[in-house]
Design a protein around this ligand. Structure first.
Ligand SMILES: NC(=O)c1ccc[n+]([C@@H]2O[C@H](COP(=O)([O-])OP(=O)(O)OC[C@H]3O[C@@H](n4cnc5c(N)ncnc54)[C@H](O)[C@@H]3O)[C@@H](O)[C@H]2O)c1
Length: 373
């Protein structure tokens, strides 16, 4: 399958990285290749195509959409561009992979859905958090009835990126481009997770938006009046009777990519924290309770890399999220040192020191006594 990526900022790069890595992570015969990078600035498109070995680049999405060889249009542009691009792509018979939130208005996603059905193409929206092992395990447990009747939930997605008022606002802080502030950006992820995991529609919402820094530098660096929510709070009731709270914010001091959720049922609870992404924590109300607590309490399930087939083949099932990053860092350090003509570390001498300790440890074990190194 040949893919054309439209919009090559943070997410364009992320999608390219994902496509290139699928053969490592999945035992699959599917062959997918990014043929085009299209982004507004032609120099950036050329640079990215050269850097990541993508054969074609352009700043005109029609070049990509009109390429008969392209099967999939991957949309990574700001929200206000999604609709037109997706519409053209579907009408040209291409499958669409589109970033969230789709467009800026509900009718856009609805129309695209109808259009995709009519034109017999597929579309998927990038609510990527559904594909994290602990989230998948949470879904499985809820479907098995582990929680019993769900009573309440609390979902938070907290960033700190809007706290620095000396930084120019990005397009995600301009409602004319993004369609909505943090509610659209982080809130769309969270609302999708509530709908997906609890599997019930919303019945009521009581929302409250917050703009804590009404004046900041705009995209052009000039003083500008913020028009997009920096935080949003929702008190919600679902059709299944569950009550809950949602907080999405870009003004939480000390946060990174803090997506957390808790879901509480009559028979159990579960909770997840994206900053601790190897684990899902679960609690069973009827677990054996006795002196000293017996087996009562939250259990941390090791989801790590235990994805179902054809995933979970690489890295090893026990490898935590982030383990590969250490390998990439190690390899880069080696190449970079050669490039700079400096001796890389860990060195052979340091490896010999490791051997020396191992040799003496064996000797000590053999002799049954402490030995000096
Ligand atoms: N799923 C996620 O985890 C996640 C995370 C961040 C952003 N997003 C979503 O991804 C989308 C892109 O966000 P981003 O953070 O990558 O933004 P970004 O600003 O980093 O990148 C957008 C890119 O699109 C280019 N662009 C703008 N208009 C264009 C046009 N008409 N044709 C071609 N290129 C154009 C820009 O030059 C820029 O390079 C948004 O919809 C956003 O909500 C999703």
């Amino acid at each position: 399958m040949k893919i054309g990526i439209i919009g090559f900022g943070a997410m364009g790069k992320t999608h390219l990285y994902s496509v290139k890595n699928i053969p490592f992570f999945f035992n699959t015969n599917i062959k997918a290749e990014v043929k085009w990078i299209c982004t507004r600035n032609i120099d950036k498109a050329r640079e990215a195509a050269q850097r990541y070995d993508v054969p074609f680049y352009t700043n005109n999405e029609d070049d990509v959409i009109n390429d008969d060889e392209v099967d999939i249009i991957d949309i990574c542009t700001p929200n206000n561009c999604h609709f037109e691009t997706a519409k053209k792509a579907i009408l040209a018979g291409k499958h669409v992979y589109c970033e969230k939130p789709v467009g800026t208005e509900e009718y856009e996603a609805e129309m695209l859905d109808t259009l995709a059905h009519d034109n017999k193409v597929y579309a998927q929206v990038v609510f990527n958090n559904r594909f994290l092992a602990p989230v998948m395990r949470a879904k499985e447990l809820i479907e098995e009835g582990y929680l019993g009747r769900i009573l309440s939930f609390s979902f938070k997605y907290q960033h700190s990126s809007a706290l620095d008022i000396n930084k120019n606002a990005g397009w995600k802080q301009n409602k004319d481009i993004c369609g909505g502030g943090v509610l659209f950006d982080l809130g769309s992820h969270v609302i999708d997770l509530v709908l997906y995991l609890i599997d019930s529609k919303f019945k009521t919402v009581f929302g409250k938006e917050q703009i804590a820094f009404p004046k900041r530098k705009g995209i052009d660096g000039k003083e500008w009046e913020t028009n997009a929510d920096e935080a949003f709070y929702i008190l919600a009731t679902l059709e299944n009777g569950a009550h809950g709270m949602i907080e999405v914010s870009k003004i939480v001091t000390g946060s990174n990519d803090d997506l957390t959720f808790e879901i509480h049922g009559e028979e159990g609870s579960l909770r997840f924290n994206l900053m601790d992404p190897n684990f899902l924590e679960v609690y069973k109300a009827n677990s054996f309770d006795d002196t000293l607590g017996a087996y009562k309490g939250y259990t941390r399930i090791e989801c790590v890399n235990r994805y179902p087939s054809p995933g979970g083949v690489f890295p090893s099932v026990k490898a935590p999220v982030g383990w590969l990053r250490g390998h990439i860092g190690s390899y880069f350090n080696f190449l970079d040192s050669i490039n700079k003509n400096i001796a890389p570390e860990p060195s052979l001498k340091q490896a010999a020191n490791v051997h020396s300790v191992m040799r003496m440890a064996y000797l000590s074990s053999e002799l049954g006594k402490e030995v000096m190194i």
